[in-house]
Design a protein. Structure first.
Lengths: 1038, 369
């Protein structure tokens, strides 16, 4: 069947900010879909709130809307754009949920928008637990016993009459990554997990089901076309058995432990599932549990859309599931679509692979003190790495090193403790298992502790005792080709394996087709983690596009399967490899590149810069010594003094004793952190010697290797972030961002605004001039980011990073200039004078807001500080700041109330400002609630206030208020971190009960302005293309 | 112990000996399936061949009686990247390498199988051998040269039963000419309730008719169909008299019996992922494949281009293409329009491989009605 001609305009919904459970994989799938739909001649309307995505680059859609992913704004876009169809299956759970809301409220029907890919009935059959159970049962498939529960009372009844057996699993309906779910091992635990699940589900519904903990967990990626042809793209086996969310499990492809009959049974059932659910076209993911003793199979769930697993399956096989799903949705059949990799064969086949793929999750529990760190049925990992090897051991070892852990995992001393630790699934589980085998603990003991299949354990035992099996072998690059070499591959997508040298001693066969063209190697950012996310992948993708535009072969090295950078057609050659010195040098040896770009992938490639340079590999852009100079406080301080630029007093300590001496010299308050930080790890503000001592005891081993940095912390300063381009001769200041939160909140967690709100032209001019001088002095060729603080009318430099910063995509979208692309051009020798660079004032206001994962980590404090905790970001664009800020808040999932009550409790120094704030809320019609001191201060201003007890004053107190959801907004500024203060209890309760909680006064002020703006009516929606077009400004480089 | 694989063109790849340690020669072919190693090596169609598995890990789930496709190993040898001898899964009754050893079958592991497969893909399947490192290359070359070519080879005689084999059933009586039938086919026919009689492939038309078949079945099997003129002659005598269906080699034999030609594919189809379009329903089945020869198209060309219906004029009237391989557009099955007969080149019985095409047995057995 040919493609459909009855539709012309298609709406695609993205997945919004990077959050746990929904990450870069949906940028990858969305980009594939956008590209293919545009190629097919359709108009594409895209909406996504995440500026750090490639899909929101204006060139990937006909009209790109950076708007909150909520039914309201999406309805306005539909009203304005009048698309013929909505493709809801490529933007994760977010897109699916919005599509369902718009279907159910009649919006789609009203505007004549057809759901393509999966219709509402199919989505409901897959997503609604009750319907899913009925559908599976009717199809003759076994699923675990289960019951849908809408109140705790129902669970009590079922426990009483024996319908529930323990352990039982709890899964909330309509949440992504299993958020709010868990395992009930005891009656008490079951009650707790059910109440949390009910709160997390947008429809207050959870499924309680039979536990198949310890069974083998398998996933099949399935595709179906309009002719009802179904193919399996990939089987995935979870090394962690049932009980750990698949996103947190180490997984391998293909399945290793299934006999052919058992695999074929799963295959038959997966096909049965997609037909029964009725996903008409596109990709789905079906999860099974298999009893290792009896071979009994139960269906666990099915996602009627592309998913994290389908991104993994695509990267694991070379079969582009999202691209195919988009083609199938517009009417093509699988046999009508060529396989991109072989070009000679059609897509109506099943990939077969001749290597082993291992996916390993990357965790960040260390960022969230207070969280338990135990893995469960809801996802907690922040990123993942994938590795390809010729054997399981090789693949697994590559995956382990791809994680790039900051420090080795801690292993318990005694064997008993170690086995006890292995029993509880945690981030370090496989480090522990390998350690157990190194110590000679046997497979059976480890199997009893963790239930991981003995097949994997024997392989891991081999890995621990004999190594990865590459001794005596030589590295050879093999291609990923979907067909195990049966056909020639046209697409150059490689991994390294180790093979025996040939009989004549020559190296084993590599398949690289290098050609004679000059190549530029781009080092990616590796697994997503807090502090190093999709923004860097965005920059790497832009570098690849630009290198190709400039006639070079773009060579990408990365190991993150979620990303656009590891799509097979992003670069000229893709090496799916860990980002370690050894692996990168081996690729450089093959490539003999013109140069390597290390400045775009965050800290990961920067850490390799020196080694590469020493090995004689040419690096592009800003010289490495300048990058290191900027990170060396002493030398950089000297540079600033030479330039006559101010910086806060600082010192460096090599021991705890020295730290106390230097603290006295620099003066409190102090910002304390170790050198070479990523996302502000172990960074804290100390107000006194006591604070400092506590910090030193808790965190730090200051020594010659790891000096400790102490900076004077400028209180009440305005923090400013600047992104600029340099070509060695000139500088272009692209964006000056003012942080909404005061200095002290990590720039990655702070909301910021372009253009700055409260800086006058003289200060802006000083910032521009200072940026220019620093960039020239450092010899910046490419990007530089400088952080400033403005305090008492004076400008201080906090730090400078001559590399791509986290804010590059945001600034690029705010000003309509692709900074990373321009930077790449400069790095390849072009000059600023050759570029089109707009200058002059912007007509719109752009706000970036961070998205925080506290709801995922029960017990973690939600207070913001110098340590970065956000996983992603959103952007709000509007004609004025309050509206843009309101959009950004809404996009970040903060539901600022339009009415109701606000609970204010602040530290003493914030009390004067809080009274002003209370007055504003009162004027907006809010009830103001406060405790003792704050209430008194507010009353003195003549604002009516409802008093509530502090915790120690007894019930009913503030926590009761929050638990009963009797307030709609919490404003709480912290009085010291970590301790179980009232503030901590209030903030964690607010997170748990989904009440927005603002923890800074400036944030609160912005929030009240946004609420006021929101009361004026819904904000208008404008596409990036319209915004950038209207912002035609003078083009002249500085 | 070291061992090496040598091909007739001189290509040598080294590895470690496993299974039964001895020298062996045969036609070196590759299989791209990721599961089903035991089913493959016991499939009589692999007689005379050394199998290179493209999936690197072979032996993961051990061996079991249930996975036997015949009563013994027919493949001459096995080439692997990372051989395993595990018996951890519940269904395992023994380790793969122990079992290969017990069966007297040599294997070689640690081989750069991907490089080998790329070579075979480009140069075609060819003769070769697995040799212990102690065997000199000159001797090895001689032994390979002494190995007869697969083209023109009759292996059916080596795998056919000496006496008729009978299975009771209430359904139609299927009489098979057993050129090396897979047990999965026997299982499928029995699941359909058939009464099944398997005759030696040297049986005469009279002997077949004496069984009073409702339908004659031509089995799969090894070797070159062109070398089996004695079977082809038998089949010629049966076509038109009784309905006939053939699978794999049986498909080729029936085609030759009605006057069509077969040819040797460069490296064959062996795997579990080939898409085949069923031209009667328009459905695409993912199929289990194991064949080195194929039937020539109506104009004498090896591949079918275009989407027009494809017909042959045969000695028994019109034959129509019913199954088309979407990978390389070769003939995967046809139907005789003027007499009762149908064929399929691939393996609808699976074992190993996908179950998509099991419905073909209904179609074949409907010929008996």
């Amino acid at each position: 069947m040919p493609k459909r001609t009855d539709i012309q305009k298609i709406l695609l919904i993205g997945s919004g900010p990077i959050v746990i459970g929904q990450a870069a994989e949906f940028d990858y799938s969305g980009v594939q879909a956008c590209k293919v739909l545009l190629e097919e001649g359709y108009e594409v309307v895209l909406v996504n709130s995440n500026p750090a995505t490639i899909m929101t680059d204006p060139e990937f859609a006909t009209a790109t809307y950076i708007e909150p992913l909520l039914p309201g704004p999406v309805t306005k876009i539909i009203e304005k754009e009048r698309p013929d169809a909505l493709l809801p299956t490529l933007g994760g759970q977010t897109a699916l949920n919005i599509a369902m809301t718009l279907f159910e409220d009649g919006t789609l029907e009203r505007f004549g928008v057809e759901l393509i890919g999966a219709d509402a009935a199919a989505i409901r059959r897959a997503e609604d637990r009750e319907e899913f159970r009925r559908t599976m049962t009717e199809a003759g498939l076994r699923i675990p016993w289960s019951m849908t529960v809408e109140s705790l009372g129902e669970v009590e009844e079922a426990l009483a009459d024996g319908r529930v057996t323990l352990p039982a699993i709890v899964r909330p309906a309509f949440t992504m990554g299993g958020q709010g779910g868990g395992v009930g091992r005891s009656e008490t635990e079951l009650r707790q997990v059910v109440s949390e699940g009910l709160a997390a589900s947008p429809i207050n519904q959870v499924l309680v089901e039979e536990s198949v903990i310890g069974w083998g967990e398998f996933e099949l990626e399935v595709m179906r076309d309009r002719n009802d042809n179904v193919v399996i793209i990939c089987s995935i086996e979870n090394v962690d058995p049932m009980g750990v969310h698949t996103g947190d499990s180490v997984t391998v492809a293909p399945a290793q432990t299934l006999t052919d009959p058992l695999y074929q049974d799963l295959r038959d059932q997966a096909i049965e599932v997609i037909r029964a659910i009725g996903v008409e076209t596109g990709g789905s993911n079906v999860q099974f549990a298999v009893n290792p003793e009896s071979g009994e199979i139960v269906v666990i769930e099915m996602n009627p859309r592309v998913s994290r697993s389908s991104a993994l399956a695509s990267k694991a096989t070379g079969f582009p599931i999202a691209k195919m799903a988009a083609k199938l949705a517009v009417g093509y059949a699988l046999e009508e679509i060529p396989n991109d990799i072989t070009r000679a064969t059609p897509a109506s086949f099943e990939p077969t692979i001749d290597y082993v793929v291992t996916k390993i999750p990357r965790f960040a529990f260390e960022k969230f003190p207070g969280s338990e760190g135990r893995l469960s049925t809801y996802m907690q990992s922040v990123g993942e790495a994938m590795a390809i090897g010729r054997t399981f051991r090789e693949s697994f070892a590559k995956a382990m090193r791809s994680r790039e852990l900051d420090s080795p995992a801690e292993i318990p001393e005694s064997d008993e403790e170690l086995l006890a630790a292995i029993e509880v699934p945690c981030a370090e589980r496989f480090d522990q298992i390998l350690a157990a085998f190194e110590r000679g603990i046997d497979v059976e003991a480890v199997h009893q502790a963790c239930k991981v299949d003995r097949w994997f354990l024997r392989e891991l035992q081999g890995l621990a005792t004999e190594g990865d099996g590459t001794d005596g072998l030589a590295r050879a690059y093999k291609a990923v080709d979907t067909c195990a070499a049966e056909f020639e591959a046209a697409t150059p997508y490689y991994y390294s394996g180790h093979e025996r040298p040939r009989h004549d001693g020559s190296p084993p066969a590599s398949e690289i087709r290098r050609g004679d063209n000059a190549s530029v190697v781009i080092l990616g950012a590796g697994p997503n983690r807090i502090g190093q996310g999709i923004e860097f992948d965005y920059c790497c993708v832009h570098a690849a596009m630009t290198a190709r535009e400039l006639g070079r072969d773009a060579v990408m090295i990365n190991c993150n399967p979620e990303t656009v950078s590891t799509d097979y057609d992003t670069s000229s050659r893709l090496y799916f490899e860990p980002l370690t010195a050894e692996d990168v040098l081996a690729v450089c040896e093959q490539e003999q590149p013109e140069g390597v770009i290390v400045q775009f992938g965050g800290q990961t490639p920067l850490k390799l810069a020196r080694t590469l340079e020493e090995a004689g590999v040419p690096l592009l852009g800003t010289p490495v010594h300048a990058i290191h100079l900027a990170e060396d406080r002493g030398r950089f301080g000297a540079l600033l003094r030479r330039l006559g630029v101010e910086h806060p007093p600082y010192g460096t300590a090599l021991s705890a004793e020295e730290a106390e001496v230097i603290a006295a010299e620099v003066g409190f308050p102090l910002l304390v952190r170790p050198s070479y930080v990523l996302g502000g790890r172990a960074m804290e503000i100390c107000y006194s010697t006591a604070d400092l001592k506590a910090y030193l005891e808790a965190n730090v081993k200051a020594d010659q290797e790891h000096p400790l940095l102490l900076d004077r912390f400028l209180e009440d300063a305005i923090e400013v972030d600047v992104d600029a381009l340099g070509d060695g001769e000139g500088v272009y200041v692209a964006g000056i961002m003012q942080h909404v939160e005061e200095a002290g909140v990590h720039s990655g967690d702070s909301a910021c605004v372009i253009p700055p709100l409260s800086l006058g032209e003289p200060m802006l001019e000083e910032i521009r001039a200072t940026t220019e001088r620093i960039a020239l002095e450092l010899g910046v060729v490419g990007l530089i980011n400088i952080q400033y603080a403005v305090a008492g009318g004076r400008l201080y430099v906090i730090e400078a990073n001559p590399r791509a910063s986290r804010t590059v995509p945001f600034v690029s979208k705010a000003i309509g200039v692709p900074l990373a692309k321009l930077a790449c051009r400069l790095m390849l020798g072009e000059k600023l004078a050759d570029q089109e660079l707009p200058e002059g004032p912007l007509e719109h206001v752009s706000v970036k807001e961070a998205v925080l994962p506290f709801a995922r980590f029960a017990g973690a404090d939600s207070v913001l500080g110098p340590e970065m905790k956000s996983t992603g970001e959103v952007m709000g664009i509007a004609a004025d700041f309050p509206t843009a800020f309101g959009k950004a808040q809404a996009a970040a999932g903060v539901r600022l109330p339009q009415e109701g009550s606000v609970f204010i409790t602040v530290t003493d120094t914030d009390k004067p400002a809080a009274t002003q704030l209370a007055a504003r809320f009162h004027d907006l019609g809010f009830e103001v609630i406060a405790t003792g001191g704050t209430a008194q201060a507010i009353e003195r201003m003549g604002v009516p206030v409802t008093r509530i007890n502090k915790l120690q004053e007894g019930s009913p107190h503030v926590l009761d208020l929050i638990r009963k959801r009797e307030c709609d907004l919490v404003i709480n500024t912290p009085t010291g971190s970590g301790a179980r203060t009232d503030g901590y209890e209030i903030r964690t309760a607010a997170v748990r009960h989904g009440i927005p909680c603002v923890t800074t006064m400036t944030g609160a002020t912005a929030a009240v302005r946004a609420i006021a703006a929101g009361k004026q009516g819904a904000a208008e929606v404008r596409s990036l293309q319209e915004i950038h077009q209207s912002a035609v400004r003078a083009a002249e480089p500085r | 112990m070291s061992a090496y694989l040598l091909l007739e063109d001189g290509t040598r790849l080294d590895g470690l000996a496993c299974g039964h340690e001895r020298a062996v020669t045969g036609e070196v072919v590759f299989n791209t399936a990721m599961t089903g190693y035991q089913e493959s090596v016991t499939d009589p169609s692999y007689a005379g061949q050394i199998i290179v598995f493209t999936y690197p890990l072979i032996g993961n789930y051990g061996v079991s009686a249930a996975a036997m496709e015949s009563d013994r190993v027919h493949a001459r040898g096995v080439v692997m990247r990372d051989a395993k001898n595990r018996e951890d899964v519940a269904t395992a009754e023994g380790g793969w390498l122990d079992w290969l050893g017990d069966c007297g079958v040599p294997g070689i592991s640690g081989v750069d199988t991907r490089a080998l497969v790329r070579h075979l893909r480009d140069k075609g399947a060819m003769r070769g051998g697995i040799f212990p490192a102690a065997t000199g290359e000159a001797e090895a070359r001689e032994r390979i040269a002494a190995e007869p070519s697969m083209a023109g080879a009759d292996f059916a005689r080596t795998v056919t039963p000496a006496e008729p084999v009978r299975f009771e059933g209430d359904g139609p009586h299927v009489v098979g000419i057993d050129t090396g039938v897979k047990l999965s086919i026997v299982r499928q026919l029995r699941e359909h309730g058939c009464r099944l009689t398997l005759l030696p492939c040297t049986s005469t038309p009279e002997e077949v008719l004496a069984e009073d078949p409702d339908v004659v079945f031509l089995a799969n099997g090894p070797g070159d169909p062109a070398a089996l003129d004695y079977v082809v002659e038998t089949v010629r005598e049966l076509v038109g008299k009784r309905p006939v269906f053939g699978i794999c080699l049986g498909h080729q034999l029936l085609c030759r019996a009605v006057g069509l030609e077969t040819y040797k594919l460069p490296f064959g189809h062996r795997g579990a992922n080939h898409p085949v379009k069923d031209l009667e329903t328009g459905r695409i089945d993912i199929t289990s494949q194991n064949h080195g020869f194929a039937v020539v198209g109506p104009g004498g060309e090896p591949k079918i281009e275009g989407d027009e219906p494809v017909r042959w004029d045969t000695d028994f009237g019109v034959a129509e293409l019913s199954q088309l391989n979407l990978y390389d557009r070769t003939v995967e099955g046809l139907v005789l329009r003027d007499v009762a007969g149908a064929t399929v080149q691939y393996h609808p019985e699976a074992g190993p491989g996908p179950h998509d095409a099991r419905h073909l047995f209904d179609r074949f057995l409907a010929l008996a009605a």
